[in-house]
Design a protein. Structure first.
Length: 256
């Protein structure tokens, strides 16, 4: 009997030791790879901004260099539409409007409406795309809102007039492939080029069935993906409105 107990004890001890060693290895790998993961995430973000900027082909092979040459990150107080200093200045970390600041009461505001999130950061990142002369050619706005299954994150690129849409690029979502996932289909993305966001100062863009190509304020809804299409509509209505980037777009400070 004692031999059996000894054998069982040794077996349990070996199992625990193996589990401990494995957990240490996994934890060490996670910590060791964190820097690389953060670098890759930052590079992916730059890549998507360059797609929205229409600079994807030019950036081939040198994403960081192209980004540094043509993109200027700015920070906007959404309540006033005015530029502010980088809220993360001196922290050694990039400012993330989707991070803790979007939940803390002193750095965020309550959201009303069917957009899929209850609070949003008071300060938002925005991106100016500049030409060789230093003039702003596009303004890129980060947007997010609910889809069918979860929040969808993207970039809305506008001409320097603050009204003409050039790109709507979704880079993170959990929509169904072949249905809501078609928000990443180049053919659907191409429908946004040239559409108008506002009409007489009011948000006018619509995502609707059989919109055709002639209506400057409408884009065809995704076939078989009504809830995803509604999510895109609600997202644009919110972020282009007075509680989103509306005050900033009205000021058009990039022209001054």
């Amino acid at each position: 009997m004692s031999a059996k107990k000894e054998t069982l004890g040794k077996t349990v001890g070996v199992v625990l030791a193996v589990c401990l060693v494995c957990s240490i290895i996994v934890s060490g790998a996670a910590v060791g790879l964190r820097g690389l993961q953060n670098t890759n995430a930052a590079l992916d973000k730059k890549s998507n901004i360059l797609v929205a900027a229409g600079l994807a082909e030019q950036a081939a092979g040198d994403i960081s260099g192209t980004y540094a040459k043509f993109v200027e990150e700015k920070f906007v107080d959404l309540a006033t539409g005015e530029y502010v200093a980088n809220p993360a200045e001196g922290t050694g970390k990039p400012y993330n409007m989707y991070g803790k600041v979007s939940k803390a009461k002193d750095t965020s505001s309550k959201v009303e409406g069917n957009v899929g999130f209850s609070r949003r950061a008071n300060i938002a990142n925005i991106y100016h795309i500049k030409d060789a002369a230093g003039d702003v050619t596009r303004v890129i706005l980060p947007i997010h809102g609910s889809g069918l299954w979860d929040l969808m994150y993207g970039f809305l690129a506008l001409d320097a007039d603050g009204n003409t849409v050039r790109e709507l690029v979704y880079y993170q979502h959990k929509e169904t492939p072949g249905l809501g996932g078609e928000i990443q289909n180049p053919a659907w993305q191409a429908l946004w080029n040239g559409k108008k966001l506002f009409n007489d100062g009011e948000v006018a863009i619509q995502v609707k069935k059989q919109a055709g190509t002639q209506d400057p304020y409408a884009v065809d809804a995704l076939s078989g993906a009504t809830l995803t299409s509604n999510g895109v509509q609600n997202t644009l209505s919110y972020w282009a409105g007075q509680n989103g980037f509306g005050p900033y777009l009205q000021r058009q400070s990039w022209k001054s």
